[in-house]
Design a protein around this ligand. Structure first.
Ligand code: CDV
Length: 328
């Protein structure tokens, strides 16, 4: 059997600070049109797709950054996206900064069906970077100042399948895919803004593309799901952002990629039924997973290094235990 969804990974080139919301929405509408021309059912936009990546700047008072946040969705400036989606019969995924009526701030993504209705919302769980101004950096990464973390990963019945969302740094964490996978996710949508320069360890700069592919491909394969990774790319306010948006199949193979650092659509005809080839064989969770063995340790936040190993005396203690139970 086959359940096909044609998906467009709508990579965006940089959004500068001076770019207005209507200008950015025009670019999104052009990508939505390209998606319709390519037969897409779903067009996936990146993380924080309506603004420049503003956590790269410090402000003394968060309210100085209010204009980067959406207080309603759709709002007057984003309404054209919803109207166009309905008119074209093309759904979309959109990342943006959310400011709730009671003053909470999230790095958010929504899933909009082909009739223009919002069917899912996700708030970023793994917020990277730092909370305080760190002037030694070439640019800040203040997501932990600008946003509160979301409280979980959910799936949505949409586009004829089971769809989940994650945002940028979430894609580096195996828990993201596994928590989605355990809910039967067949199609994970992940927008990102990945600076090439990683200030805490610049040795990683040359590996950004490799690590991006590594996590998207392994997440897809190990959970038998399609993964759509979509970048905001190029030179944004002096910060070089990784492109390389890609659509990955449940085999871990790449089905489509972007090759520029600008606005570009990479399209793949996604067969959701391919997921079963993995979910019902090698990664038949019900049959092969051993949660009773993982549980004690995966519930920990940080490493739980057995005492003997921590002190450099491997072999003299319970360090050789392999169940984790004795560590507790
Ligand atoms: N926007 C992000 O979450 N960026 C992170 C960087 C800071 C490591 C990423 O995972 O790409």
């Amino acid at each position: 059997m086959s359940r096909f969804v044609t998906v467009g990974a709508a990579q965006m080139g940089p959004i500068q600070r001076s770019d207005t919301r209507p200008e950015v929405v025009e670019r999104l509408l052009a990508l939505l049109h390209s998606g319709a021309d390519a037969g897409c059912d779903l067009v996936v936009f990146p993380e924080l797709a309506l603004t420049t990546f503003f956590p790269r700047w410090w402000v003394d008072d968060l309210s100085e950054a209010d204009h980067f946040y959406e207080t309603e969705m759709p709002g007057p400036e984003t309404r054209p996206l919803f109207d166009k989606a309905k008119q074209l019969g093309v759904g979309f995924h959109l990342g943006y900064a959310e400011l709730t009526p009671d003053g909470h701030r999230y790095n958010t993504a929504i899933l909009v069906e082909r009739d223009g209705t919002i069917v899912g919302r996700y708030r970023k769980v793994h917020l990277p970077g730092h909370e305080d101004h760190e002037p030694w950096r070439a640019f800040q990464h203040l997501e932990r100042y600008y946003f509160e973390p979301g409280d979980g990963f959910a799936v949505h019945g949409a586009f004829g399948g089971v769809v989940g969302m994650a945002i940028c740094n979430d894609r580096r964490w195996p828990e993201t895919y596994r928590v989605l996978g355990l809910q039967g996710c067949e199609l994970a949508l992940i927008g990102y803004n990945t600076p090439i320069h990683y200030a805490p360890d610049p040795d990683q700069d040359r590996l950004q593309g490799f690590h991006n592919r590594l996590v998207l491909q392994s997440g897809a394969y190990q959970n038998g799901m399609w993964v759509v990774g979509v970048a905001k790319a190029g030179e944004e306010e002096g910060c070089a952002l990784l492109g390389e948006s890609a659509i990955i199949g449940p085999s871990g193979e790449v089905h489509a990629t972007c090759t520029t650092e600008g606005d570009e659509l990479a399209v793949a005809r996604v067969d959701l039924d391919l997921c079963a080839d993995y979910k019902e064989t090698l990664f038949d969770f019900e049959r092969y997973r051993r949660p009773e063995v993982y549980g004690a340790i995966t519930g920990q936040r940080g490493p739980l290094v057995p005492e003997g190993i921590r002190e450099g005396r491997a072999g003299e203690s319970e360090a050789s235990n392999d169940t984790g139970e004795e560590y507790l």
